[in-house]
Write a protein that binds this ligand. Structure first.
Ligand SMILES: NC(=O)c1ccc[n+]([C@@H]2O[C@H](COP(=O)([O-])OP(=O)(O)OC[C@H]3O[C@@H](n4cnc5c(N)ncnc54)[C@H](OP(=O)(O)O)[C@@H]3O)[C@@H](O)[C@H]2O)c1
Length: 274
């Protein structure tokens, strides 16, 4: 599978399985199904309440730990230096792992908080407990502030990205600073029906004999954006990974580019009330 090289040379598989809103048992089954289907990258978070199930599925899969890329995230209420270290150790324990591959600050919660929290991330990185560190839901101004105050630059920024919110400007900024962009809600999450009924996407899917979900995922990987579609349905988990046998051409890419609306379906980064 294609991997993206992070700014510290860690390799990140370009597709992973998302687990937001996947309850314990569903998350366990979904992770096992995904690993069997060839996924080697799983995205979870402390707030999802499924780290134990994800860790158990990883263990039960029989696949070597070093071959699976695991991301988890620090929840907002735990930001700050000491609280971050404690929360990280709790996540690690729940996952039943010795290290995670990527640890992310889940949301921006103020400039001061961001820097204190980042210092703890740098400590965990220096200790070898995380192979890469990054942020989520950070826009350009949040990243600029972090970079100006960081010893270690973030390696990843995970943000909502899909055909209605294409994030070209943010991707350009991230590229300039060697930060890998990662797309959450690639299928538009709770707005998926709008994706599945889009006429342009239908036409491109028909042309390649693929599903609309596969085209939406492929379009992100063609842009070298790491993508983490979520599903708890075995057929869909397999379908979302089956995108390595075709390419989108310039005309397809141009048509999809024309679908950008700047529509954000998750909370604005600067107004997070949780
Ligand atoms: N950092 C953040 O703040 C943040 C925020 C949101 C999400 N995330 C991460 O990103 C991941 C993906 O985002 P998301 O879960 O919000 O949304 P998503 O992946 O865009 O969409 C998930 C929805 O699409 C359905 N689906 C999946 N594959 C499909 C297919 N091939 N055909 C038709 N429907 C399909 C799923 O249904 P079934 O499950 O029923 O199959 C589910 O309802 C999350 O799981 C999480 O890991 C991060």
């Amino acid at each position: 599978m294609k991997k993206q090289k992070l700014n510290n040379d860690v390799l990140m598989p370009i597709i992973g399985l998302g687990t937001f809103r996947s309850k314990e048992e569903d998350a366990y089954n979904a992770v096992l199904t995904a690993l069997k289907a060839g996924y080697r990258h799983i995205d979870t978070a402390a707030i999802y309440g499924n780290e134990e199930a994800v860790g158990k599925a990883i263990k039960d899969s029989g696949i070597k730990r070093k071959d699976i890329f695991v991301t988890t995230k620090l929840w907002n209420t735990e930001q700050g230096y000491q609280t971050t270290i404690k929360a990280f150790n709790e996540s690690l324990q729940k996952l039943g792992l010795d290290y995670v591959d990527l640890y992310l600050i889940h949301w921006f919660k103020g400039y001061e908080n961001s820097i204190d929290t980042w210092k703890a991330f740098e400590t965990l990185y220096d200790m070898g407990k995380v192979k890469a560190i990054g942020v989520s839901n950070y826009n350009v101004h949040h990243l600029e502030h972090l970079i100006a105050n960081a010893k270690i630059k973030p390696m990843v920024n995970q943000v909502e990205t899909h055909i209605h919110l294409q994030n070209e400007f943010l991707q350009d900024f991230c590229k300039k600073h060697s930060i890998q962009l990662e797309a959450y809600a690639p299928l538009m999450s709770h707005h998926i029906e709008e994706l599945l009924s889009n006429e342009t996407m239908k036409e491109i899917a028909k042309k390649h004999n693929k599903s609309i979900a596969q085209i939406a995922i492929k379009w992100l990987t063609e842009r070298e954006i790491v993508v983490i579609p979520k599903s708890v349905t075995p057929k869909r988990i397999k379908e979302n990974f089956d995108i390595f046998d075709f390419s989108l051409d310039d005309e397809d890419m141009k048509k999809i580019k024309g679908l950008n609306r700047g529509n954000k379906y998750f909370t604005e980064f600067d107004n997070v009330p949780f």
